[in-house]
Design a binder for this molecule. Structure first.
Ligand code: ADP
Ligand code: MG
Length: 265
């Protein structure tokens, strides 16, 4: 059962300490306001270091905010118990961390009470069944520390199967496919598209073409909101989004044609 949930971000500031330097701080997000309506698909775009991952992780309450507030369907995330918060949010990030136990247990974390049939269905939808079938120990395969016995693409599939099982109203994706090769990227991308249906989705994507259809695109620049709009609106408005898009279309054109990029890139 998944009821999509709105996310509201107000005055959000996140400051990191710099390890080993007591005097240095990094302001990763500075007074960010953003709304993610229930059931909407919102992309976050911005240069490396602009604060995208920090925003996604704060929504999942990896850390508390330095100032400001995040509300999930009404209450502040700080008022929601960790257990409930984790039921409401599924995450698939570039680096998936798995527990050093079996594939089955890693998927069941999504919903420990799930039946075997539900487990198998989640694996099927996530493209994990073919991995389980290939491994001699199948579901009982121990994944190693952090999931090191599996490939990056296999770890993503475990995380996606977990998310299908959890069936949470909010889904956060942070460059979930950026480290994958072509075959894995295609499979994981289509599983994520299915997983996104009917949820509030916040996606950080390295390929702009995959977010063109987003309901809303939030552009971050140096930890602040530069713009918010649809693809057409942002492209028309110019700014960082248009620069990114023009650069990337150029890169994709030469990739498709098999030509070398121009030296100016
Ligand atoms: P993005 O995902 O857009 O690349 P991040 O949210 O990862 O950006 O980072 C925003 C800023 O915060 C960057 O300057 C980055 O170096 C800094 N930062 C991110 N994580 C940490 C951390 N754990 N400790 C210190 N600084 C960090
Ligand atoms: Mg990031």
């Amino acid at each position: 059962m998944n009821f999509s949930t709105s996310i509201s971000v107000r005055g959000l500031t996140r400051i990191y300490d710099v390890p080993g330097r007591d005097d240095a701080r990094v302001v990763a997000l500075d007074q960010v306001d953003a709304d993610f309506p229930a059931g909407s698909f919102t992309a976050i775009v911005g240069a490396s270091g602009s604060g995208k991952s920090t925003l996604a992780r704060l929504i999942a309450r990896f850390w508390d905010v330095n100032s400001g507030a995040i509300r999930l369907g009404g209450p502040d995330v700080r008022e929601i118990s960790n257990e409930v918060l984790m039921q409401r949010i599924s995450m698939v990030f570039q680096e998936v961390y798995l527990f050093n136990t079996s594939i089955e247990e890693n998927v069941r974390i999504g919903r420990p009470t799930a039946s075997d049939a539900e487990l198998v269905e989640a694996a099927e939808r996530a493209g994990l069944s073919e991995v389980v079938e290939r491994l001699p120990e199948g579901w009982k395969t121990i994944v190693g520390e952090g999931g090191s016995a599996l490939s990056g693409g296999e770890r993503q599939r475990v995380a996606i199967a977990r998310a299908f099982l959890k069936d949470s109203p909010v889904l956060l994706l942070d460059e979930a496919t950026s480290a994958l090769d072509g075959v894995n990227e295609a499979s994981v991308t289509s599983a994520l598209a299915e997983l996104s249906a009917g949820r509030s989705v916040v996606v950080i994507a390295h390929r702009l073409s995959t977010i063109r259809r987003a309901d809303r695109i939030l552009v971050l620049r140096d930890g602040a909101v530069e713009a918010l709009g649809s693809h057409e609106e942002l492209y028309e408005a110019g700014g960082t989004y248009r620069e990114f898009w023009d650069d990337q279309s150029h890169v994709e054109r030469w990739r498709i044609r098999g030509e070398a990029p121009r030296a100016s890139l």
